[in-house]
Design a protein around this ligand. Sequence first.
Ligand SMILES: Nc1ncnc2c1ncn2[C@@H]1O[C@H](COP(=O)(O)OP(=O)(O)OP(=O)(O)O)[C@@H](O)[C@H]1O
Length: 259
Amino acid sequence: MAEASIPIIQINRVFKQFRLQEQTIHALSDASLAIAKGEFVCLIGASGCGKSTLLRIMAGFEQPSAGHALMWDKSIEGPDPSRGMVFQDYALFPWLSVRDNIGFGPSSRGLGRGEVKDTVDKFIELVGLQKFATAYPHQLSGGMKQRVAIARVLANDAELVLMDEPFGALDAMTRERLQDELLDIWQRTKLTVVFVTHSIEEAIFLADRVVVMTPGPGRIESDNQLDLPRPRDVASPEFNAIRRVLGAKLHSHHAKKAA
Ligand SMILES: Nc1ncnc2c1ncn2[C@@H]1O[C@H](COP(=O)(O)OP(=O)(O)OP(=O)(O)O)[C@@H](O)[C@H]1O
């Protein structure tokens, strides 16, 4: 099969259970999903529906209890720099400067000093942090820290960026700015992005596809292709129509439970 027709990620009938004291928690139940290279996919759903678990399986931090998780048709056995993760709480190294946080992965991979410097320069510029190259994480705003986290993943040559509510801790204005910047980076680099959010608006603003998940146990309720032109206008009637449809899907399981 030609590489172009193989999805970068395939989740095939994945189940995931956790043991917690005497209980078995069914975090994912029969989840299937294929993601094409270059797609921007958002996962939305109520708290506890398994979004982070699905992302962590794609990252290789967790293994499915049953079913298969594949990248380029090969089983995902563990973490790999080709799959970078960006967390809500940044997870930067506090003792390293911006420059050294971004250069950590390339240095660990054994690149020479010149190559590390060029890589770091390129990604510091991409996220607009040239003036803060020697600053430490505690000297940065939340938005700046998240830019460093994104640059760090990209400097590691990630093909797939897995983002777990990356803008959830930021104020509304910073969040909007980072959404624009992320889309700009995605369009320039042709990355594949899987992005977990609680916000329907954020998902519709960003994604090619919005996957709605429902809890108890975590299932994929629907997979919604968005055909809205970019840049998207959150005040447009088309945007609002999609917001209503996805909102209804997101809340349908509450209605079913209450019935
Ligand atoms: N390591 C673990 N041990 C035990 N239970 C776990 C573990 N990780 C996740 N779970 C459980 O699996 C379920 C799904 O959790 P997960 O974090 O994937 O949900 P989520 O949709 O990302 O939630 P949120 O939106 O609140 O972050 C939850 O019931 C959670 O308590």
